[in-house]
Write a protein that binds this ligand. Structure first.
Ligand SMILES: Nc1nc2c(ncn2[C@@H]2O[C@H](COP(=O)(O)OP(=O)(O)O)[C@@H](O)[C@H]2O)c(=O)[nH]1
Ligand SMILES: [Mg+2]
Length: 471
């Protein structure tokens, strides 16, 4: 049974990674934080100034354990909202281990994963979306993910959700009023106003939901599938982009049989380039499976780099064949998007091997967003390609745009949208106020889950158990 986060205990944890280091930080939070640490430093913590570091000797029984820099805080002006003492010790695993044991002997409990952040939430220092952003911030290992986590930590998203809720709460109050006067045929204020308001809200929620795949792509790496018939230079392109010989390049068609994925950061945005098996009719089972995977990767990619050979495009019949290929690919992507409900990736036609043959002028096949001429072998045209890929995502990050990246938030927004849509439909159908109120309350509840204004029992444990210990 995990202890309740606000069970009155004082918790402690090593907040820096385990192992040797210059400094390690053990954090203690709770009403007994000061007195417990005070005991470990021979009564020399009391009288320290909150927010000011104090150099003290820590004792393990009678023996000296370490010279430590203690940083005490008084709640509510602390990360968790409780009294805190941060013990900055020398980064020896032995010292950290002993200090933790001494703290537990003195009455602390070892913290659960995410318990400091959970206490910060429960004491109103952060709402739930912001607390989750702390987890994302710690996990961020590239500029894009970092930027998104900071935006969410800043609270813009939470403010917007709260504004939605406040407006809906006003209407809920009017609906309740109507119910109270049930028999007297009173209609809650202005139903036209309600419709207008909810329609506006639905538009904005849809906008936020549309941004999800962009936000998610930035956080996880934007998937880019490299597609096309065998021998077009797909593997050569992957190697050229990565500047290393990652994929096997060969004149033998059908060399790449599985998908191969590598990441590359362009202008602070992480991309996941996926080399695929060449598309062709085949009787080989393994190759056929590779081709099936190629299409699956393309369906979930944000960009599809469709490779063509410049030499094939020199003739009218070759151009027509290529147009046919691109049309087939674009249609397959469109069908996949319709099935999954995810936005369709951008198909870029890449005319490769332009070192051997010039690209056709002004050729613009249907289904391709753009045509770019490259030579993977000679690394020509790759700068332009890289800039084209980064363009969409760079603007998404620089605009002050709120991007939803968290699956939980998306689900709550989707349910909000469904509930509000039902309320609107009910309004059209002339349903009574008590029936509308059910959907209306559901929308309120779902929005409340995002910021933690509403927290079903299992929600918090689920969220914070994914954090690391000491955070
Ligand atoms: N001249 C020239 N040859 C290329 C270029 N890109 C790829 N190739 C050659 O085309 C052949 C097939 O390349 P590969 O990358 O294995 O194609 P894949 O089957 O699409 O992955 C290899 O012999 C490459 O050296 C290019 O831009 N110019
Ligand atoms: Mg290949």
């Amino acid at each position: 049974m995990p202890a309740h986060p606000l069970d009155g205990t004082t918790i402690c944890a090593l907040s820096t990674p385990p192992g040797r280091g210059g400094v390690a930080v053990v954090r203690v939070s709770g009403s007994q934080a000061w007195p417990i640490v005070d005991r470990l430093c021979a009564g020399r913590l009391e009288g320290a100034t909150p927010g000011r570091a104090a150099l003290r000797t820590l004792f393990d029984g009678d023996a000296e354990l370490d010279e430590a820099l203690l940083l005490p805080f008084r709640g509510p002006r602390s990360f968790t909202g409780e009294d805190i003492v941060e013990c900055h010790i020398h980064g020896s695993p032995y010292i950290a281990q002993r200090l933790m044991e001494c703290l537990v002997d003195a009455g602390c409990r070892a913290a659960l994963p995410g318990e400091f952040t959970q206490r910060a939430f429960l004491h109103g220092k952060r709402d739930l979306a912001q607390a989750e952003a702390i987890g994302d911030l710690i996990d961020a290992d590239h500029a894009g993910a970092h930027r998104l986590a900071l935006q969410q930590l800043g609270g813009g998203f939470s403010q917007e959700i709260n504004a939605f809720r406040e407006a809906l709460i006003e209407y809920a109050a009017l609906m309740e009023l109507e119910l109270d006067f049930g028999e007297e045929d009173v209609e809650f204020a202005d139903r036209k106003g309600y419709r207008r308001h909810v329609t506006g809200l639905l538009d904005r929620i849809s906008e936020l939901l549309d941004g999800f795949s962009t936000g998610r792509a930035i956080a996880e790496g934007v998937p880019v599938a490299i597609l096309g018939a065998p021998n077009r230079g797909k593997s050569t392109l992957l190697n050229a982009l990565l500047r290393e010989e990652r994929a096997i390049v060969s004149e033998t068609p059908g060399t790449t049989r599985d998908t191969l994925e590598e990441t590359l950061t362009l202008e602070g945005i992480r991309f996941r380039f996926i080399d695929t098996a060449g598309l062709r009719d085949t009787t080989d089972d393994i190759e056929a499976e590779g081709i099936r995977r190629a299409w699956a990767k393309a369906a979930s990619a944000r960009f599809i780099l469709y490779l063509l050979d410049a030499r094939d495009l020199a003739s009218e019949s070759g151009r027509q064949a290529a147009e046919g290929e691109i049309r087939v690919a674009a249609q397959a992507l469109e069908r996949a998007a319709a099935r999954s409900g995810e936005p369709q990736g951008v198909l870029l036609a890449l005319v490769n091997k332009t070192d051997l043959c010039a690209e056709p002028e002004g050729w613009n096949p249907e289904g391709a967003a753009e045509v770019l001429a490259i030579s993977a072998e000679e690394r020509k045209g790759l700068d332009l390609l890289e800039r084209r890929l980064a363009r969409d995502y760079r603007s998404a990050l620089t605009e002050e745009r709120i991007l939803v990246t968290n699956l939980r938030h998306r689900e709550a927004l989707q349910r909000t949208r469904e509930a509000l849509q039902r309320a609107l439909d009910g309004l059209e159908a002339g349903l009574s106020g008590d029936l509308l109120a059910v959907d209306h309350r559901e929308a309120l509840e779902q929005l409340g889950r995002i910021t933690g204004a509403v927290t079903p029992d299992d929600l918090l444990g689920h969220i914070f158990s994914n954090f690391c210990i000491g955070k």
